[in-house]
Design a protein around this ligand. Structure first.
Ligand SMILES: [Zn+2]
Length: 92
């Protein structure tokens, strides 16, 4: 189990395929405990063909992502909000 445990940067590739903006610096709020963390600071378990992302504070599942190579199934029910910065928002 520990060999599968990585930090949130391990999910950057699959998340960037889904979201067209930088996601590792996006701030996610855990729906269970209310903690706010950047995606890069979350706990990632990579299970082929899926990825499970957990809260580093309460261990709740925040996101589940599964792909068959051409489609993605994204379960974000553990994330209360995900704050993403558009390219215009970073210049000020
Ligand atoms: Zn939490």
């Amino acid at each position: 189990m520990e060999k599968l445990k990585l930090d949130g940067n391990a999910a950057a590739g699959v998340l960037q395929e889904i979201f067209a903006v930088e996601v590792t610096t996006a701030a996610g709020t855990c729906d269970n405990c209310g903690a706010i963390e950047q995606v890069g600071a979350l706990v990632v378990y990579k299970y082929a063909p899926g990825v499970v992302i957990r809260c580093p504070h309460c261990d709740s599942v925040l996101m589940r992502i599964v792909s068959d190579g051409s489609r993605y199934w994204v379960d974000l029910r553990g994330v209360r909000t995900l704050e993403l910065r558009g390219s215009e928002a970073t210049s000020t």
